[in-house]
Design a protein around this ligand. Structure first.
Ligand code: ZN
Length: 349
C-alpha cells in the first residue's frame, strides 16, 4: 500500500523532473553550493560544542563586520573624549590568571601581561580611552609596576588593540613589536590612529622570538584579519606546573560582497593562518587558547571563575584537543563564508 508520504514524494519528484528539463543548470548548481556551506558550518558547530559558542556565533552566524574601514578619519572618541563608550560597558577587574600571566583587560577587549624577572611583556593595549584605567590601573591593582613594561606586542593595528601603545611607548620607553604590513597601515593613516600610533620599532616576522628574563614568546605571522596580524606561543606555569599557551591575534572574518575575488583570496589567507597557528599550537602542546576579545575565549567570565577554583582544574586550561578544535571552528566558518561569497558571484547559468 502506498503511504501518503511516498505519494507526495512521487508527485514532487515528477514536478521537479518537468521543471529540471527547462532549468537544468539552476537545479544542478545552487543546492550543491548550499550543501557545501552548510557542511562547513556543521563542521564548525561540531568542533565548537559549548566551549567556543562565542567564536561560532560571531564567525558562522552573526552578521559579520566584514570589510575594514580604511578612511583616515579621527575616531569620535579621540576628537571628543566625552563621546567614548560609558565605563559600565567595558570595565572589568584585573586578575592573576597563571603564576606570571595577568589579565588587564575589560568586558569586551583584553590585554595581557607576562611578568618575568627582567620586566613585563604586554600583549595588546585596548582603546585609548580605557588603556589607562584597565592596563596601567590594572597592573597597579595587581601589585605590578607599569614602569617595568619592556615590550608591547601588538597583535594587529586596529584601534581596540593598539589604543594604548603610543602612551606606553612614550611614558615608559617600552619597545613595541608589530609586523611590517601593520606598521605601514598605522603610518598611512595618521588621523585614524591619532594618539595611538607608536613610533616604528621592532618589525615582527614569522618565527621571531622575544626573550625577556626566563620567558620567550614566539611570534607567528597569521594574516587575514589584517594583512599583518600576528599570533603567539609561550609558556606559563600554573602553581609551578608548565602550561603552554597559544594566543590568537585576529579572529573576525574580513571580506566584502562587492569585492568577491579579493574576499575569496583574503579568506584563503585567513584559513592558511588558522592552519599555521594550529600546527604551532600542536607542536608546542598548547592546552590554553588566549584571545584579545572575551567573545572568543570567555576571558571576562573565566577570570571571575578563578576566584572559586579551589583545588579544581584551571578554567582557562581546555586541553590540547580543545585548542585544536578552536582552529577548526575558525577555519570552517571562514570556509563557509568563502563559499557564500563564491556563490554570490558565480553565474547561475
Ligand atoms: Zn581587529
Amino acid at each position: 500500500m502506498l503511504s501518503f508520504k511516498s505519494v507526495l514524494a512521487t508527485i514532487i519528484a515528477g514536478a521537479l523532473t518537468c521543471h529540471a528539463s527547462a532549468q537544468a543548470q539552476v537545479f544542478s548548481l545552487k543546492p550543491k553550493t548550499l550543501d557545501e556551506v552548510e557542511a562547513a558550518q556543521q563542521a564548525a558547530k561540531d568542533s565548537a560544542e559549548f566551549e567556543f559558542l562565542g567564536t561560532l556565533s560571531r564567525l558562522c552566524l552573526l552578521p559579520p563586520s566584514r570589510s575594514e574601514d580604511l578612511s583616515d578619519k579621527t575616531p569620535a572618541y579621540v576628537e571628543v573624549p566625552s563621546s567614548a563608550p560609558a565605563r559600565s560597558t567595558w570595565y572589568g577587574d584585573p586578575a592573576k590568571v597563571f603564576d606570571q600571566f595577568y589579565f588587564v583587560g575589560g568586558k569586551v577587549h583584553s590585554s595581557w601581561a607576562l611578568k618575568t624577572s627582567e620586566g613585563i611583556i604586554l600583549f595588546d593595549t585596548i582603546y585609548p580611552y580605557n588603556s589607562e584605567e584597565l592596563i596601567i590601573g590594572g597592573l597597579q591593582k595587581l601589585g605590578l609596576d607599569p614602569k617595568d613594561i619592556k615590550y608591547v606586542i601588538i597583535s594587529h593595528a586596529h584601534q581596540d588593540h593598539i589604543g594604548g601603545a603610543e602612551m606606553i611607548q612614550k611614558r615608559y620607553g617600552a619597545r613595541v613589536v608589530m609586523s611590517e604590513p601593520d606598521w605601514s597601515l598605522v603610518e598611512r593613516l595618521p588621523n585614524r590612529f591619532k594618539t595611538m600610533a607608536p613610533k616604528r620599532d621592532i618589525v615582527a616576522v614569522d618565527g621571531m622570538k622575544i626573550t625577556l628574563g626566563e620567558s620567550t614568546v614566539t611570534l607567528w605571522f597569521t594574516p587575514g584579519h589584517t594583512d599583518g596580524t600576528q599570533s603567539f606561543t609561550f609558556q606559563v606555569t600554573d602553581r609551578g606546573r608548565p602550561v603552554n599557551v597559544v594566543y590568537s591575534g585576529g579572529t573576525a572574518l574580513v571580506y566584502e560582497w562587492t569585492l568577491p575575488e579579493w574576499s575569496i583570496k583574503n579568506l584563503e589567507t585567513y584559513i592558511a593562518s588558522q592552519r599555521h597557528l594550529a600546527e604551532k599550537a600542536k607542536e608546542t602542546g598548547a592546552s590554553v587558547l588566549i584571545s584579545n576579545h572575551s567573545e572568543f575565549d570567555s576571558a571576562y567570565n573565566k577570570t571571575r571563575m578563578l576566584a572559586g577554583r579551589g583545588e579544581g582544574a584551571h578554567p582557562f586550561e581546555n586541553g590540547a584537543d580543545w585548542v585544536q578544535r578552536y582552529f577548526k571552528v575558525t577555519e570552517n566558518c571562514a570556509r563557509a563564508t568563502q563559499l557564500k561569497v563564491q556563490q554570490s558571484f558565480t553565474p547561475m547559468r
